[in-house]
Design a protein around this ligand. Structure first.
Ligand code: C2E
Ligand code: CA
Ligand code: CA
Length: 273
């Protein structure tokens, strides 16, 4: 009309409308119990025992149903809602650990994901330390996962923050390792104890000689630096055997278990810890 054409893709409007709904719903979700944590087992390859769990966020939206963290975490980063969200995750993981402890269950450490914005909050180490102290749990029970990309955004700053967290007694691991252009000279200086080998290298491990070479190299480098390794996204026996043969220390993935609801994880813990 009016001597002009306008192009309109319904898809475009749909996706931005959804992003808006999702983004603006996060704080509401926090105050209305729409969020929960699920726990994915992490096992030692040498002993076959359960050594920990990664806590992963789940959001059940009253109208939209289940929303993936892959969708809402980046939006929460943009809006700043990741700060209260991140606080909720850590305090909920600590609350769950304390509840398991009170019931005399054999505890394993729980790892939580630290987001980019969370990681650069001033006084992070002191804040986290206070939450742990309030929970009555020992510091070693809460592990922090920091992605390689976040750590390498400002590696000098990251070195200091990681050091402060480590001084407080937190164990740290580098998540999604191999995807974030690590500067090895900085990596050497990080007070972390574990590298998480990214799923993208594990996925085609059976068929792709490049992935085999990369995984092998990461494990060897980690061990030379005094770090342990965990492979994520392990789905098959063949992947498992390759990782075992290369001396990978731990695994996490559907082969052993999907992320579990708290009560299902309890059963897993009782059986394998
Ligand atoms: P991530 O930290 O790399 O978490 C691992 C993801 O891989 C999880 O997806 C997990 O369910 C999935 N996974 C585990 N084993 C397998 C497997 O064998 N095969 C396949 N295909 N996938 C597997 P999820 O739960 O959808 O989480 C996705 C991402 O969302 C996480 O990636 C993390 O970056 C983010 N996320 C989840 N929870 C939180 C949180 O509490 N805080 C922050 N900042 N980010 C979170
Ligand atoms: Ca993670
Ligand atoms: Ca990861």
């Amino acid at each position: 009309g009016r001597n002009s054409y306008r192009f309109f893709a319904p898809d475009m409007q749909e996706s931005s409308a959804r992003a808006l709904t999702v983004s603006s719903g996060i704080r509401h979700a926090l105050s209305h119990n729409e969020l929960r944590l699920v726990y994915q087992p992490q096992l030692s390859l040498s002993s076959g025992r359960l050594v920990g769990a990664e806590a992963l966020l789940r959001w059940q939206h009253p109208k939209l149903g289940a929303i993936s963290p892959v969708e809402f975490i980046p939006l929460a980063e943009l809006s700043g809602a990741i700060i209260p969200l991140g606080e909720w995750v850590i305090c909920e993981a600590l609350r769950q650990l304390a509840a398991w402890k009170a019931r005399g269950l054999p505890l394993v450490k729980v790892a939580v994901n630290l987001s980019a914005l969370q990681f650069v909050q001033p006084g992070l180490a002191a804040t986290l330390a206070q939450w742990v102290a309030e929970s009555g749990m020992p510091f070693g029970m809460l592990e922090l996962e920091l992605t390689e990309a976040v750590a390498m955004k400002n590696p000098a700053q990251a070195t200091q923050t990681i050091e402060a967290l480590s001084q407080q007694g937190f164990k740290l691991s580098i998540d999604d390792f191999g995807t974030g252009y690590s500067s090895l000279s900085y990596l050497k200086g990080f007070a972390v104890y574990k590298l998480k080998i990214d799923q993208s290298f594990v996925r085609d491990l059976e068929h792709d000689p490049d992935d085999q070479a990369i995984v092998k190299a990461i494990i060897q480098m980690a061990h030379s630096l005094g770090l342990i390794t965990i492979a994520e996204g392990v789905e098959t026996e063949t992947q498992l055997n390759f990782l075992k043969a290369q001396g990978c220390d731990e695994v996490q993935g559907y082969h052993y278990s999907r992320p579990l609801e708290a009560q299902d994880f309890e059963a897993f813990m009782s059986a394998r810890a």
